[in-house]
Design a protein around this ligand. Structure first.
Ligand code: ACO
Ligand code: ACO
Length: 156
């Protein structure tokens, strides 16, 4: 598995530890929105040689369903399998915690992320129309496409 090859550790962050906003802001440009879910989420960090290189935040939707609200890898470490490592470990954690469902949402413009999530078994279940228009003050563009809608994907 990539974790062994890359010498990675997947570690739950202590509830009173400093929140890694620098990483979280890579996935979600709104600190206000991050504040709304992060204190209620379990935060996991991928460490490589002690350095925090990635983050994934699991938010409890119900007692047996979680949502990955945020997943991010430090830019210079992207494209090396770390995102897959975080997602695989999040799925394993949800299974270990007897969750019945795990979901993750991203923008219609996040083409690579949609590829990544579907590759890891997530299936598109719902579209939240105009989510990014209604919840973010600035227009967001990726791959030359405006982020308008939230595409929700789910598995388990
Ligand atoms: N565009 C195209 N392909 C991509 C992208 C992308 N943006 N991101 C990942 N992939 C593909 C890779 O090519 C790779 O394909 P392969 O398995 O066929 O070789 C596969 O997905 C896995 O790539 P990893 O190297 O494991 O992913 P990475 O370490 O780059 O992490 C992540 C992916 C987390 C999306 C990272 O690019 C990142 O931090 N981006 C900025 C923040 C972000 O967009 N986060 C998600 C927002 S949605 C949310 O947080 C709920
Ligand atoms: N993967 C990634 N990017 C693509 C793909 C693809 N499969 N196809 C096109 N693009 C991108 C190109 O990179 C280009 O991006 P840019 O404008 O940012 O540079 C843009 O889309 C336009 O590309 P074109 O060169 O105009 O598209 P092309 O001549 O390759 O035609 C088409 C696209 C019709 C999908 C062609 O690849 C094809 O015939 N594929 C096989 C048949 C198919 O899949 N048809 C669609 C099925 S759905 C339907 O028919 C309703």
């Amino acid at each position: 598995m990539a974790g062994n090859r890359l010498n990675l550790i997947f570690q739950k962050l202590d509830k009173n530890a400093i929140i890694p906003y620098d990483l979280l802001l890579l996935a979600d440009p709104s600190k206000d929105l991050i504040e709304q879910y992060i204190k209620l989420s379990d935060i996991y960090i991928a460490r490589q040689n002690e350095e925090a290189v990635g983050v994934i935040a699991l938010f409890p939707l119900t007692p047996d369903a979680v949502e990955i609200k945020n997943v991010a890898v430090r830019p210079e470490f992207q494209g090396k399998g770390l995102g897959s490592y975080l997602i695989e470990n999040a799925i394993n954690t949800a299974v270990h915690n007897k969750q019945k469902s795990i979901c993750i949402g991203t923008a219609n413009s996040s083409v690579g992320q949609l590829y990544l999530y579907q590759k890891h078994g997530f299936e598109i279940t719902e579209i939240k129309k105009d989510f990014f228009i209604n919840n973010y003050p600035e227009s967001i563009y990726e791959n030359g496409i405006q982020a308008k809608h939230m595409v929700l994907t789910r598995q388990l």
